[in-house]
Design a protein around this ligand. Structure first.
Ligand SMILES: *Cc1c(COP(=O)(O)O)cnc(C)c1O
Length: 505
């Protein structure tokens, strides 16, 4: 039976959202990261999840990961993919469940923060390095891969943790010296691993990002690297190798709810996703298209509510003030992965999509047609204010003792609004994207203003006490860890710093 099903799996290719002439294999899409002309790779077809829920319910996280990912990454062998999965979802996670589901106040919180850096980026970045190395081997890339990353906080650490000590790779992370939180900086500069390198720059995140992009597109530097046996690659969230692993946990959550008797087989659920770059909710959309019974995809924004406005009006407009909020990983005005949805509702028309993306880059906005908008009926968008977010954290804690982080609270707040508006009682999964220990100060301030005067680590211990949750290892690790990375440079020194680290010249 199993064998037969396996033979039915067909090859999935990846198309460029901006150029209909480009189609590549899964491994090439992962290796390239970005497609030509700034396009993104999308699967030419969403494979069906042809496994009954009774069977899914018996699977471990790793088995679910194989069931889902093997249907997308069709040029990976069974052995290759299982090897990647086993190396990624191991004891780096502090629970064998990998992504536990916690019921609180009538909703199901899918905790995606049990990995090495206690944010949901670990779900994809713990496997991406292995996918990338496997893809390099398959495509006979001889050079070592050098990952260059600019970060505003979370991605840098998750990428460092993922690539640390992975043979055949080096990773260099640039962060704005005065632009990340103290906990985020400490997490990065204490990173172990001979192949890791962390550099603070005298500049902001945009300058770090621009510096990195310039190195990517510098032909001279590319040639020098090649000579020394290296090539650049990217770990940022537009890589399809980050999106596919994220589909897994929606399938896993559904199977868990069935196994626990919370839903009947085939019963639809809703999902709520705190959204920034639109990667996580797009993964839920792909899960739905695989056949997972998801009814509503509820897109939650903070005060940077460009997506809420888009779902309401059909106009995407980034021309607005950038607001710094207590959910910084969602402070974003250009949600890159939305392009993959736009391409799809444009009838997989690369030319149409490219026009809209060109308008976004020149005018900062675009409007979709009514026909396209009609295809968004399963999406619901809303947002919470800073005040509402804090109230959600405190109210949930008072009622249940369960403490959620600021990003998850945005989602919970939007779910409250959705329910009040629609009276929809469908069982609902809320993607819980960060541990409250990562945003301790905002979380504790929301619960009681008396915590105002405490230091960051005092707050950590207090949170552990009131939530009755052990302090995560990721936080314990940085309490006393030695600072291993002390390099700070000017923006224009970035290329030289990279060459020094790689011992070129
Ligand atoms: C990155 C991130 C998000 C946003 O996810 P997207 O896939 O970019 O929409 C939400 N919460 C946390 C904690 C994050 O780190």
């Amino acid at each position: 039976m199993r064998q037969q099903r396996k033979e039915e799996i067909m090859a999935i290719l990846y198309a460029n959202t901006r150029d209909a002439s480009e189609k590549v294999t899964a491994s090439q899409a992962i290796l390239n990261g970005l497609a030509k002309h700034g396009g993104l790779y999308v699967p030419t077809e969403i494979p069906k999840l042809d496994i009954p829920v009774e069977e899914l319910a018996k699977m471990s996280y790793q088995e679910t990961a194989y069931a889902v990912m093997s249907r997308f990454l069709t040029d990976f062998t069974e052995e290759e993919l299982k090897n990647c999965i086993d190396r990624a979802y191991d004891s780096k996670f502090d629970t064998p469940e990998i992504a536990p589901l916690v019921e609180a106040d009538g909703a199901y919180y899918l905790e995606l923060f049990h990995g090495a850096t206690i944010a949901f980026k670990d779900m994809a970045l713990s496997i991406l390095p292995h996918l990338l190395i496997t893809a390099a081997r398959k495509n006979e890339v001889k050079e070592d891969i050098v990952i260059l990353t600019a970060t505003s906080g979370d991605t840098g650490k998750a990428a460092l943790a993922g690539f640390a000590d992975v043979e055949g790779t080096k990773i260099i992370v640039f962060y704005p010296k005065n632009g990340v939180s103290p906990i985020q900086e400490k997490q990065m500069v204490t990173q172990k691993g001979d192949n890791t390198f962390v550099v603070g720059i005298h500049g902001n995140f945009d300058q770090a990002q621009t510096g990195v992009k310039q190195m990517f597109s510098d032909p001279e530097m590319k040639a020098e690297l090649l000579q020394a046996g290296y090539r650049f690659s990217s770990a940022n969230s537009i890589n399809i190798g980050r999106l596919v692993p994220q589909i897994v946990y929606y399938v896993y959550a559904y199977a868990k709810m069935y196994a626990n008797g919370r839903i009947a087989a085939g019963e639809p659920i809703n999902v709520v996703v705190p959204t920034g770059n639109f990667g996580n909710i797009l993964a839920a959309f792909y899960a739905k298209n695989m056949g997972l019974p998801i009814a509503k995809l509820i897109c939650a924004s903070n005060e940077n509510k460009v997506l809420y406005d888009f779902f309401r009006t059909g106009e995407y407009d980034r021309n607005r003030e950038f607001i710094l909020t207590s959910s910084p990983s969602m402070d974003i005005l250009i949600s890159s992965n939305l392009e993959r949805l736009i391409y799809r509702i444009a009838g997989e028309n690369a030319e149409e999509n490219a026009k809209l993306m060109a308008a976004l880059s020149t005018d900062g906005k675009y409007t979709i047609t009514d026909e396209m908008k009609a295809q968004l009926e399963n999406f619901y968008g809303n947002y919470t204010t800073e005040k509402e977010t804090a109230e959600v954290i405190s109210a949930l804690y008072e009622k249940t003792g369960y403490v959620i982080d600021t990003h998850t609270a945005v989602a919970a707040g939007v779910y409250g609004k959705y329910k009040a508006e629609t009276k929809d009682e469908t069982k609902t999964v809320i993607a819980s994207t960060a541990s409250p220990f990562k945003f301790t100060r905002s979380v504790m301030d929301a619960i009681d203003e008396k915590y105002d005067s405490m230091t960051d680590f005092e707050l950590v211990d207090e949170l552990s006490k009131i939530a009755n949750v052990k302090v995560p290892q990721a936080i314990e690790d940085i309490r006393s860890a030695a600072v291993l990375h002390k390099t700070v440079c000017e923006v224009d020194e970035m290329p030289n710093i990279v060459k020094e680290f790689l011992e070129i010249r």
